[in-house]
Write a protein that binds this ligand. Structure first.
Ligand SMILES: C[S@@+](CC[C@H](N)C(=O)[O-])C[C@H]1O[C@@H](n2cnc3c(N)ncnc32)[C@H](O)[C@@H]1O
Ligand code: SF4
Length: 490
């Protein structure tokens, strides 16, 4: 069989980058950076923290902690998630999180974090005493802004009453409950153990009664799940009155066990997309809004996941702790830890940093690209506020910005520079804003992957390679965040 050519490999995957500068948040094992020492990571943060102290109102910073363990490994899941073989594995991992926090915390004196996101995997699966210790450690190590959002990911089968009390005691003001599906058959097929609908309804009520903002995750397109089943689940979940709903179209990335990267037939994807649209119509009718459509409203800022919104809107810094966590030190650099990778790999995952230095020029490109990618426009005054200069007079942005205006592929309306392109064309046009350094990182990373796959499969593309070659398809898997304004707190 013919080998996949580097060009077709590159072209088919390049469209799926949606973050700038690139780091692999998709778990596909693209490597854009090189290994960094702790000393280099500390020097990134020393410089970034100084910048944040200069203008704290304009330079938010979030803390992310990754917990890669779950009660069972769902077969449909694309996350860095493992069902641990022994309880000790979680404790050993917690000790590594502590070590990383202790090795960096002195750099953040006088810096107030605006968000903490505890994600996974399933943080609510961690033993109570481990959670207690980690929250105490975070609160003792970092200053949290009085309005900080403390976000915690939970699964209904692991969020016990005792854990909920613990979270409330430590000031958690957001919980996301992964429900995915309410069908026993679908959950069984997906190896998602221990989930009971009655318990979820009760939990949802308790979370909201505690004044904690509740988000629920649902998935569409799972094995054995028809569009009608998804709609039934959505209606039931709506009756529990969540503040936010995150609807995910099943995305069969190469490492997802149930799909092994093979996309569902086009007809199946169409029916799933239609179900998601119908769900959206229903949600709008009862007062929910789609997050990216409310991009310039103050409600969104209050309502949505603050860490993600601040990163997309203002290039916020993120201090990522633990396996797989992505970090961004504003104006200094980017890095990530490798995925957890299973028992015995924790120390490697938590003590390896891979990334690269990137200065203010890259931040300026990132500002345009992230806003454009999320909502198809960026704020000219927002750019000025962050960088004290004009986007249209910045040498390396001027040409691509003006070219799009000349071709009527963009317009300026008031404070907004608006891209007038479909999602696919926009993704390609936005590559014109990439720096030479980033382009060469992307090309090198794609070439390394291409060599690895061709070597592994003797040139015969298997399901994994085929799915990577369908990067364009992957970019079209939808994930919609709905929220109901106004949300009262955090
Ligand atoms: C980090 S997971 C945490 C969820 C939590 N552990 C739970 O399952 O209850 C975040 C969300 O990603 C979504 N997700 C997981 N695998 C996915 C896939 N293959 N395609 C689309 N969405 C997926 C799920 O909705 C999940 O709730
Ligand atoms: S869906 Fe949640 S519980 Fe299931 S494997 Fe993924 S992260 Fe773990």
């Amino acid at each position: 069989m013919k080998k996949a050519s580097l060009l077709s490999y590159f072209l088919s995957t390049v469209c799926s980058d949606d973050w700038y500068p690139p780091l692999d948040g998709s778990y596909v094992r693209f490597t854009y950076g090189h290994d960094l020492t702790l000393k280099q990571v500390r020097s990134f943060w020393r410089a970034a923290a100084a910048r944040i102290r200069e203008a704290p109102d304009r330079r938010p910073i979030g803390l992310y902690l990754h917990w890669p363990f779950c009660l069972s490994r769902c077969r449909f899941c694309f996350c860095d998630a493992y069902a641990p073989e022994r309880v000790g594995e979680q404790r050993r991992y917690a000790a590594l999180l502590r070590e990383e926090i202790e090795s960096l915390r002195d750099l953040f004196k006088g810096v107030a974090f605006t968000s903490v996101y505890f994600g996974g995997g399933t943080p609510s699966f961690a033993p109570d005493d481990v959670l207690e210790e980690l929250f105490t450690l975070i609160q003792g190590s970092f200053t949290l802004d009085p309005s900080a959002q403390l976000y915690f990911e939970a699964s209904p089968s692991t969020l016990t009453d005792a854990k909920l009390r613990l979270l409330r005691r430590h000031g958690v003001n957001r919980i996301t409950l992964g429900v995915q599906s309410l069908s026993r058959e679908v959950l069984l097929e997906g190896n998602r153990l221990g989930q009971k609908s009655l318990r979820i309804e009760e939990l949802a009520a308790r979370i909201r009664a505690d004044g904690i903002v509740l988000n629920i995750d649902l998935m569409a397109g799972l094995d054995g799940q028809s569009p009608a089943m998804f709609m039934d689940d959505l209606k039931t979940v709506i009756s529990w009155n969540p503040d936010m709903l995150h609807l995910f179209q099943f995305d069969p990335r190469p490492h997802v066990p149930s799909a092994a990267g093979a996309p569902a037939p086009e007809a199946r994807r169409d029916e799933i997309r239609r179900a998601l649209e119908t769900g959206g119509v229903l949600l709008r009718r009862i007062g929910y809004q789609l997050a990216h459509e409310a991009w310039d409203t103050p409600e969104l800022e209050r309502a949505d996941d603050r860490q993600d919104t601040e990163a997309r809107r203002y290039n916020a810094s993120i201090l990522g702790i633990g396996a797989n966590a992505l970090s961004h030190a504003f104006g200094s650099g980017w890095y990530q830890h490798p995925i957890y990778g299973g028992p015995g790999r924790a120390a490697t995952a938590c003590r390896t940093w891979s990334g690269y230095a990137a200065g203010l020029d890259e931040e300026m490109r990132a500002y345009v690209l992230r806003n454009a990618d999320t909502c198809g426009r960026f704020s000219l005054s927002g750019f000025r506020r962050l960088f004290a200069r004009e986007a249209l007079e910045t040498s390396f942005l001027q040409r691509p910005l003006r070219r799009l205006l000349d071709k009527s592929q963009a317009v300026i309306e008031g404070d907004w520079y608006i891209f007038r392109l479909g999602p696919q064309e926009r993704m390609i046009a936005l590559k014109g804003f990439y720096s030479i350094d980033v382009i060469s990182r992307v090309v090198k990373s794609r070439a390394a992957q291409w060599r690895e796959f061709n070597a592994r499969y003797g040139g015969a593309p298997d399901a994994e390679l085929r799915s990577l070659l369908r990067g364009r398809e992957r970019a079209r898997y939808a994930s919609h965040r709905y929220f109901r304004a106004p949300l009262s707190v955090h």
